[in-house]
Structure formats: structure tokens, C-alpha cells
Design a protein. Structure first.
Length: 168
């Protein structure tokens, strides 16, 4: 899974310093063909909650302790404000950036907006609430694509009909 658990056994941190919420999905086709691309089902799934490295890049944060501070803030926050998957939307997207292509389903989670309000206030930032989603399919031996704000949705995605044949 290439992720370590943080704040107990519910949330993860990836090698790219993204805080994630693992989710289980079943009964999905192992392969989908779309726009001439063979897309393969990921082996595990998560909702990217806080893309720390992307925030550092986008906002030019130079504090070497920022990553650890955000993880601590997150773990403190979830003690009273559990972040959970609420539902999957019927909104599927094909995502393309350079040589990467993915299929994602958008979703809603609880309390994440409030966490970003806390971060904005504490660090003097104005982070746009991220477009919460789960990456379902990727190209063989390739990675997913960060979708961190509305510009990413506008510039990197294309709405597609439900490619799996049933709702999640």
C-alpha cells in the first residue's frame, strides 16, 4: 500500500506526504477501456484528504516543520471531528496530465472543510477546499494524479458516464 498509518489505524500518510482515508470498494471491473486507453483497477483505494507536499509547493511554504505540524494538527482535530466518507457522487471523471491518465469518482467527506478552516487560520493561508475523490483506475505501472483545487478539475478532467455499470 506504500502508506503508513497515522493518528491510530484509520488514516494514512503516503510517501508524497498526503493524508488519506482508505476505503474499500468491491465488484469493479479489473480493466476498462476509455478514449483508446486500457485502464487498470488500482489495488487499493483512498480519499486524499490533505496533500501536504502540494500545499507546500503551491503556497511557497519554507518552514521545514510544516509537514509534521499539519500531521499533528490533523491528529488533534480528528479526536473531536472524525473525518469519514459520506457518499460517492455519480460524478466520474477522466483525468489526464502529461503521460498519466486516471479515472476518478468524486465523493463527499465529513469535517474536512472545518479542518482546512483551522489550517487557514493557524497558518494564515487561504487553501481552496480540495475536490475529494477516489482514483479507481490508472494506466498500467503508472501513478495517480493530484487533484487539489478547482483549477485542476477544470484543466485536467473530463466528465464521463459511469464506466463501471453500477453506482458505488
Amino acid at each position: 500500500m506504500d502508506r503508513d498509518f497515522i493518528c491510530g489505524k484509520k488514516y494514512t500518510i503516503s510517501k508524497t506526504n498526503t493524508i488519506g482515508l482508505p476505503v474499500l470498494l468491491a465488484n469493479l471491473p479489473s480493466e476498462i477501456k476509455i478514449f483508446g486507453n486500457r485502464m487498470f483497477l488500482k489495488s487499493s483505494f483512498h480519499v486524499s484528504l490533505v496533500c501536504i507536499n502540494e500545499i507546500i509547493k503551491k503556497y511557497g511554504i519554507s518552514d521545514s516543520e510544516f509537514k509534521d505540524s499539519i500531521i499533528k494538527d490533523f491528529c488533534d482535530f480528528i479526536q473531536a471531528n472524525d473525518i469519514n466518507l459520506l457518499n460517492y457522487s455519480p460524478d466520474f471523471k477522466f483525468v489526464e496530465e502529461n503521460d498519466l491518465k486516471t479515472i476518478v469518482v468524486m465523493c463527499q467527506v465529513s469535517n474536512l472543510y472545518e479542518f482546512f478552516q483551522l489550517v487557514d487560520k493557524k497558518y494564515g493561508l487561504k487553501i481552496e477546499y480540495p475536490p475529494t475523490h477516489v482514483t479507481l483506475y490508472i494506466l498500467k505501472d503508472k501513478l495517480g494524479i493530484f487533484l487539489t483545487d478547482s483549477d485542476d478539475i477544470k484543466n485536467l478532467t473530463k466528465a464521463i458516464p459511469n464506466p463501471i455499470g453500477h453506482s458505488l
